[in-house]
Design a protein around this ligand. Structure first.
Ligand code: HT7
Ligand code: ZN
Length: 890
């Protein structure tokens, strides 16, 4: 397969104005009639029409009603004898496809007897021949015909125009979407479904019908999704003035889906995981994810659908912006400043533990990539999460009002168009001509073109006599594949200065007439820059990169005392949390740097333990925030700080640190459990979710300490909690506490859990995932995983189930996966190949588990390399997996 390059972009040779699709739906052989009106693009030299197609059976091609000659070339349907001139012409194409054979879940497929489509990025070409690229936008009319008993509900984009009966027990529905759209936003659904409905009025007084479609037994689990949709609609109108532009907005849930959800115009299709929730079956995390994914897909209606991408290199134009919008939505919904900070910390944790490693490894790519082989491999954390950070920095540089102005201009200029990341940044800058963004736009755009995480180094010096504090900031960025040299980035650094007693000092830069606020954002744009703060009465501690104002690695030689001061007093909740993380990380790295793997004394310094105790017992702090502060940095995050990684050593060390925290704070954990265990009637709001999270961590810590000492009391309490919990969060936390500490009550609890929730696929996914990520205990994880795969409920072809077992083991169980005998890696290779035969997109995601193999210490490194080579050497590998392993081997 050949790479596609951004620089080769050329506009299409033809435009497609209208598309009339007729489907005769049949799982084994669906007939598709595609009638299009096309015209030549006068801006492009005359040439043949080349239509994309994949796994289609072509029956007939007519041009203006008459047969025509055509040829096939590399899967494309090529038409050379088309009418000349600028007049539109009609092209009719008859094809068939086999939805029940479609295990890739791209194009038209069947899930539990219902037809679904997934067209992003290039699935439409698996339904009919088409110019399957996002800059070709057309108006769609769709006629669906199917057996009425088997497929009573027939849905497509837009408005229902007509429906009725046909002969032989069949029926039809005709849909028309008034909005022009690219093919990747086309959708249809046909099957036995029921809907929760809600009528709403928007600010303008327009009425809309909202529907959430699910299988009959799931209707009672759709209230939260519907509430989330209504909240999303209200939020987008209030914050950005963007109304719902459709009479009908539908969400449909399927249990077979490659990703989270899809923003098809007016007919969003969701993984059931992000729709279905009841207090008895879904955790607080599930509820929060549903709110943010429903929001994300809804927000795409403007950022993605009304204004779409010119080509797939611009994917972050819609994804980065829409992630930024869903993050802001969740923060605004969370309400309190502390709940906002918790959300920000959670988002940054994902960025640092998943995106930073991607940006430092063999798959590193810019937010706007320069080339790809398989576009599905580029739905990455860099495009999504780093892309959102790039939008957030623009927001920080122009301010909240300025950002709203920029959005308004963006839609004024580009509504109905397919555009580029440059167009977005230009609109932001033009709407804010006096901003730092406008002044430095070209340089700022390096965030789109240069891969890698910049490293910012901060050095401070205080002169008591002049009362001047000088802060020197410098930046660098390591080479990434294909980009050996990096130019300086524009880095907004939000900062404050803390006095030795923790007070926030007013900030006055040299040359300014008077002191201003206690926080400000400075812009680092050179390789090295110095700032001189005047009238600083005492040597300050700099609180830098507040709220994680830029996606960089910050290095500063803080003393332990500085960090303890920030942990106790920093006015910025993010940096307060960050100080605790730095202290724990420092303790971990100290031990990893020691020759002896057995620590002489405690791993966590007593002052840190006391500081963490103070946070845990603090009367004012939010429980969710406490829970985050008391969580030891992840193994991936610790590993990222090292040049050579011994995963077993890191795992053992982190477990030892957790045990120390569990035993040293035993009484405090018990008090926290008592104080937070009851949250009253279940509500998924951030405050009560935070209380449950802290109670869950407390219980886990207490079980850990107890199991270590053979004390049966806390495991007994956990088992009791597991049995009588009133909601899934408490029940699952108790179950997990037993499994993680390895108590004998874990087994009966697991059996009981399965019996209670048998038949509820999403809950059984949790049951599988918990066991697949359970501690290794002398090599037991891998055999346990193999056994789970023999369970009658296991099936590899269902992506959620594959993720719950195979991905959980390979990505969320480092102690079990990184075996010295290489058996974990051999299992990975086996599963990548097995999945590749069914679903290359999902296989390619699993293939990413060994991205960072080259940094592993021996014997892991050689074994990992051998496993990757085994996959790479396999005949008939998909483009998806081949691209990943080729990059991995470099
Ligand atoms: N825009 C959607 C992307 C998506 C997708 C991409 C490739 C293959 C399958 C897929 N399902 C959904 C999801 C989103 O970001 O909103
Ligand atoms: Zn998206």
């Amino acid at each position: 397969a050949t790479a596609i390059h951004r620089q080769d972009y050329a506009p299409p040779a033809y435009w497609i104005d209208t598309v009339e699709l007729t489907f005769d739906l049949d799982p084994a052989k669906t007939r598709v009639l595609n009638k299009m009106r096309l015209r030549r693009n006068p801006q492009v030299p005359a040439q043949a029409l080349r239509l994309d197609g994949e796994e289609l059976n072509l029956a007939r091609v007519l041009v203006n009603g008459a047969g025509t000659s055509f040829k096939m070339d590399g899967g494309q349907l090529v038409l050379e004898n088309l009418p000349e001139g600028d007049e539109p012409f009609e092209l009719e194409i008859f094809t068939t496809c086999a939805p029940d054979k479609n295990t890739q879940l791209s194009g038209l497929y069947v899930s539990e007897g219902t037809f679904f489509t997934q067209c992003e990025a290039q699935g439409f070409r698996r339904i009919t021949y088409f110019l399957d690229r996002p800059d070709v936008m057309a108006t769609y009319s769709v006629l669906l015909r199917a057996d009425k008993a088997a497929y009573p509900v027939l849905l497509s984009n837009g408005n229902l125009v007509e429906s009725g009966e046909l002969e032989d027990g069949r029926h039809f529905a005709r849909w028309h979407d008034p909005h022009r759209k690219p093919s990747y936003l086309f959708a249809l659904v046909a099957g036995k479904l029921v809907a929760r409905e809600q009528k709403i009025k928007s600010r303008s007084g327009a009425e809309h019908l909202l529907q959430v479609w699910v299988r009959a037994g799931d209707l009672h689990k759709t209230e939260h999704a519907m509430n989330s949709l209504m909240a999303s609609i209200a939020w987008d109108e209030a914050r950005f003035g963007l109304p719902l532009d459709l009479e009908r907005f539908m969400i449909v849930a399927t249990s077979d889906f490659n990703m989270g959800a899809m923003e098809n115009k007016g007919l969003n299709i969701f993984n059931t995981k992000y729709v279905l929730a009841s207090p008895a079956t879904a955790t607080d995390t599930d509820f929060a994810h549903i709110e943010s994914v429903v929001g994300h897909e809804y927000f795409h209606n403007w950022t993605g659908n009304r204004v779409t991408c010119r080509d797939w290199f611009q994917l972050s134009l819609k994804e980065g912006l829409t992630v930024f919008r869903d993050q802001e939505f969740s923060m605004d919904m969370a309400g309190s400043p502390s709940a906002r900070a918790v959300k920000r910390i959670e988002d940054v944790r994902v960025l640092r533990t998943v995106q930073f490693p991607e940006d430092a490894g063999p798959q590193a790519h810019p937010v706007r990539p320069d080339s790809y082989v398989e576009i599905n491999n580029f739905y990455t954390v860099t495009i999504y999460e780093k892309g959102a950070e790039v939008v957030r920095m623009q927001h920080n540089l122009v301010g909240r009002e300025g950002f709203a102005r920029g959005m308004k201009l963006y839609f004024e200029r580009h509504d109905g168009q397919a555009v580029t990341c440059d167009d977005f940044a230009q609109a932001m800058a033009d709407a804010n001509p006096d901003s730092e963004l406008a002044r430095r736009l070209d340089q700022f755009k390096r965030w789109y073109s240069q891969a890698g995480t910049p490293r910012v180094r901060a050095e401070g010096s205080y002169d008591a006599q002049s009362q001047i504090y000088t802060l020197t900031l410098s930046q660098s960025c390591a080479p990434t594949p294909g980009q050996p040299d990096k130019q300086p980035f524009v880095i907004p650094v939000a900062l404050g200065l803390l006095a030795p007693d923790g007070r926030a000092l007013p900030l006055q830069l040299e040359g300014e007439p008077e002191a201003g606020a206690t926080e400000r954002t400075v812009v680092l744009a050179e390789a090295r820059q110095s700032l001189r703060f005047v009238n600083v009465p005492e040597p300050p501690v700099p609180s830098l990169l507040r709220g994680f104002s830029a996606p960089v690695l910050l290095e500063c030689d803080y003393s332990d005392e500085d960090l303890l001061l920030m942990l106790a007093h920093d006015g910025d909740a993010f940096n307060r949390w960050e100080a605790g993380q730095r202290l724990m990380l420092r303790a971990a790295l100290r031990q990893l740097g020691a020759d002896d793997s057995k620590p002489a004394g405690p791993l966590l310094p007593p002052a840190l333990v006391e500081a963490l105790r103070a946070v845990l017992n603090h009367p004012q702090l939010d429980p969710a925030f406490k829970d985050l502060v008391l969580t030891v940095p992840s193994e991936t995050y610790i590993a990222e700080q090292l040049d050579e990684v011994d995963p077993q050593r890191i795992h053992a060390l982190r477990e030892a640190m957790r045990l120390e925290l569990a035993t040293a704070l035993r009484g405090d954990w018990a008090a926290a459990w008592e104080a937070h265990r009851d949250t009253g009637a279940y509500r998924p709001d951030p405050l009560s979710a935070g209380r449950r999270a802290l109670a869950g961590t407390a219980l886990a810590m207490l079980c850990l300490a107890a199991c270590q000492e053979g004390d049966p009391v806390w495991p007994g309490k956990a088992y009791q909690r597991f049995k009588d919990a009133g909601n899934m969060t408490d029940r699952f936390n108790a179950l997990s506490a037993l499994v993680v500490c390895g108590h004998e009550l874990a087994q009966p609890a697991l059996e009981r859990f399965h019996a209670l929730f048998r038949g509820d696929a999403l809950v059984i996914d949790k049951w599988f995932a918990l066991q697949a990520s359970a501690p290794d205990r002398g090599g037991r994880a891998l055999p346990a995983v193999r056994q789970l795969m023999q369970h009658p409920d296991f099936q590899l072809r269902n992506p959620n189930r594959a993720r719950s077992v195979v991905f959980s083991y390979c990505n969320a169980n480092p102690g079990g996966f990184h075996r010295a005998d290489g058996a974990g890696y051999a299992f990975w290779a086996e599963q990548v190949l097995a999945l590749d035969a069914l679903n290359p997109q999902v296989a390619a995601r699993l293939a990413r588990s060994l991205d960072r193999w080259a940094r592993l210490a021996e014997p892991y490194r050689a074994a990992a390399r051998a496993a990757i080579e085994r996959v790479a050497g396999h005949d008939g590998l998909s483009n998806d997996v081949r691209e990943v392993v080729t990059r991995a081997l470099g």
